[in-house]
Every structure is written in C-alpha cells, then in structure tokens.
Design a protein around this ligand. Structure first.
Ligand SMILES: [Zn+2]
Length: 234
C-alpha cells in the first residue's frame, strides 16, 4: 500500500520534473543551457528570435550598427530561405547567427527524427545563405526534451535560453516594450526580443524595432554594456 503510494508519488514527481525541463527555457535537466551571463560586471546580451522579417530585421540591424551594439539572431530556417539578403546582411554585420529550427516547431512533443530534421535543415539553410555554420541553438518557446539535446550536441551547438522576455511579440506598444526591458535589466541578462514571427513570415515586429533605440539608451544610462553572445559559447 505504502509502496504503491510512494510509487505513484515518485511517478508524479518524474512527470513534474520532465514537464519542468520541457517548459522552462533555462532548465538544465535535458543538458546545459545558458540563460544568463556573468552576474559580476555590467554585461547585457541582446537576442532577437523568429526572423528574418521584412518589417523589422533591416531596421534593427541599422540601429545596432548606428549604436555599435552586438546582438544574436536566432533565425527560422524557412524565413532565412525567404529572405536570404536580410540573413546575409545580419551575418555580415558580425552578429551571432543561431539556429531556431526550420519551421518553429514546438519540439517538446516531437520525436527524434522530426527534431533532427528541424535542426539539420535550418543548419543547412543558415550555412548556405550566410556562409557561416551556426554554433548556437535556441528552442522555439524554449520547449525541449532529451532528443533536442542530442540533436543540438550532434551539431556542436551551445544551447541558449534567456534571462527575460517582455512579450514584445504581443505588440503592447514600443514605449511599453522599452519600459518592460528597463524594469528588468540586471547584470549578465540575456534579453529575448523578436525581429520576426515564428509562424507568420509577414508578422509585424515594427514595435520592437521602434523600441530598440530607447532600450539601448536606457541600458547605457544605467551603466550597462552590450556584449556579443558568442562570448558565452565555450
Ligand atoms: Zn521563436
């Protein structure tokens, strides 16, 4: 009786733990994930997911160049194939280019064959278009399972999570996006923003682009320095 109850409890615990690993972007249960940089110092890391996108990527890249800010772009392979020029421009500007799967699938419910295909197709697209093999990966929505870790490691990737996002993709207004980032700044933060829409190739991300100059100014006024995400790759 007690054993059965204990067994049921442990079973519940295991399911709960696996769910934590699948749903928490920085949970290390399925292998190492980098969700934050050094807590000493004043480094920040800007990251943009789900692009490239015609409404925002070029403007964001221009802003970054103007203010001499490095960033990382976790790109969707299908969007890269749709916008090769934008992808190349971001890569040529020296930003980190990461793999964000081919079709922005929710990988935690996918099997090993689908997961491998999603990562490998996107890897091939990024390499073909930018001439650079990506070395970092971020799972769509941070959703992972053990097969994701295997596939990412087979490609030699460092897996990234994030310190905070601000739901910029819900388009709360550029001032609100800026305010939310300012309120959550902390040393070593990996900041999640979106220059694209993982599903809709023409999704509107202009608010994020409009918020960016203010985000950069606020961070610098608070004594922070934007650093390349690649510094966190072992
Ligand atoms: Zn995404």
């Amino acid at each position: 009786m007690t054993g059965a109850i204990l067994g049921a409890s442990l079973g519940g615990l295991a399911v709960g733990t696996l769910a934590l690993g699948a749903y928490h972007p920085n949970c290390r249960l399925f292998g190492p994930v980098i969700g934050r940089g050094p807590r000493r110092g004043r480094a920040l890391y800007l990251t943009f997911d789900d692009g490239p996108n015609a409404t925002a990527t070029e403007r964001i890249a221009e802003m970054l160049e103007l203010h001499r800010v490095p960033a990382a772009f976790f790109m969707v392979g299908a969007h890269v194939e749709r916008h090769p020029d934008l992808s190349r421009a971001v890569a040529r500007a020296g930003h980190e280019i990461g793999n964000h799967t081919q079709h922005h699938l929710k990988l935690h419910v996918s099997g090993p064959a689908t997961i491998s295909r999603e990562l490998e197709e996107s890897h091939a697209a990024l390499l073909a278009v930018t001439g650079r093999a990506p070395r970092s990966f971020r799972a769509p929505h941070g959703l992972r399972n053990p097969f994701v870790t295997f596939a990412a490691h087979r490609l030699g990737y460092t897996v990234f999570g994030w310190t905070f996002g601000v739901f910029d993709s819900a388009r709360p207004g550029s001032d609100e996006i800026r305010r939310r980032v300012r309120a959550r700044l902390r040393p070593g933060a990996v900041i999640l923003l979106h220059d694209g829409d993982g599903y809709d190739p023409s999704g509107d991300r202009r608010q994020t682009a409009e918020a960016l100059p203010g985000i950069i100014r606020d961070a610098r006024d608070a004594g922070y320095e934007f650093r390349p995400l690649g510094e966190l790759i072992a």
